[in-house]
Design a protein around this ligand. Structure first.
Ligand SMILES: Nc1ncnc2c1ncn2[C@@H]1O[C@H](COP(=O)(O)OP(=O)(O)OP(=O)(O)O)[C@@H](O)[C@H]1O
Ligand SMILES: [Mg+2]
Length: 221
């Protein structure tokens, strides 16, 4: 599937009800399997852009299209189902469930998408091995380092071989060595799953890992 943003605009309201335009993207196409790094400063709308592609924030105008599917036109329940199948999201703050182990966190999206329990567990195990966490499968997020939690979040984002993996500043809390490792993993995992990778960052160093770097300012109006 390709992802196309068409005349996309997102406008928030401030406390006084005044319009705050956050995103204005006339046209942006990301082809199936492509890996893109979108760059912008703090407050430039990076998280909002990923939330809009995920269908968590709905466009004020315009469309996000997965091939010809306009997810915003779906009911909320159908949108949740579509997201579970097509979107893997490495959130800026991970959003791991604290009451679940690493293995359970990674398995969760596959349960939502309706995968068989045995196959899900097997795949979650192999992904956690892949990200170097075979010894931490039964650990809860609160007992894991930031880098370990980040790797759990990456494994969780790719378990359903989603159409798109969204990654929000996935190296923000890491040192150079761990950051390079996490970026490598993310790109490899997306590539193995044949997923689009949309990564947003403000860090110039992260851009060096991508051939396709697009400043948010340039794709915006
Ligand atoms: N729910 C909301 N209601 C009103 N304004 C919002 C809302 N969410 C975000 N904003 C505003 O929209 C702008 C873009 O926010 P966003 O979180 O997308 O930026 P960002 O590029 O991800 O920033 P950072 O690099 O700091 O994470 C900011 O000015 C923010 O204050
Ligand atoms: Mg952000």
């Amino acid at each position: 599937m390709d992802i196309r943003l068409h005349n996309l605009s997102v406008v928030f309201r401030d406390r006084n009800g005044a319009a705050v335009p956050v995103l204005d993207i006339p046209s942006l196409t990301i082809a199936a399997g492509q890996q893109v790094c979108l760059v912008g400063g703090s407050g430039s709308g990076k998280t909002t852009l990923l939330n809009t592609v995920a269908g968590i924030v709905l466009p004020t105008a315009g469309q996000v299209l997965f091939d010809d599917t306009d997810v915003a036109a779906f009911s909320e329940a159908r949108r949740d189902h579509f997201r579970a199948q097509h979107v893997g999201y490495v959130f800026q703050t991970f959003n791991l469930l604290q009451g679940l182990t690493a293995l359970e966190n990674v398995s969760l999206p596959a349960h939502f998408a309706g995968g068989s329990q045995a196959a899900t567990k097997e795949r979650a195990r192999s992904l956690l091995e892949r990200v170097g966490l075979s010894h931490r499968m039964d650990a809860r997020p609160g007992t894991m380092s930031v880098g370990e939690q980040q790797r759990v979040a990456i494994a969780r984002a790719v378990i359903n071989q989603p159409t798109v993996v969204l990654a929000d500043e996935p190296t923000a809390n890491l040192d150079v060595k761990n950051s390079d490792e996490v970026l490598g993993l993310l790109k490899e995992a997306a590539s193995e799953a044949q997923s689009i990778l949309m990564l947003v960052t403000h860090e110039p160093r992260v851009q060096a890992h991508f051939e396709d770097v697009r400043p948010l300012q340039e794709v915006s109006q």
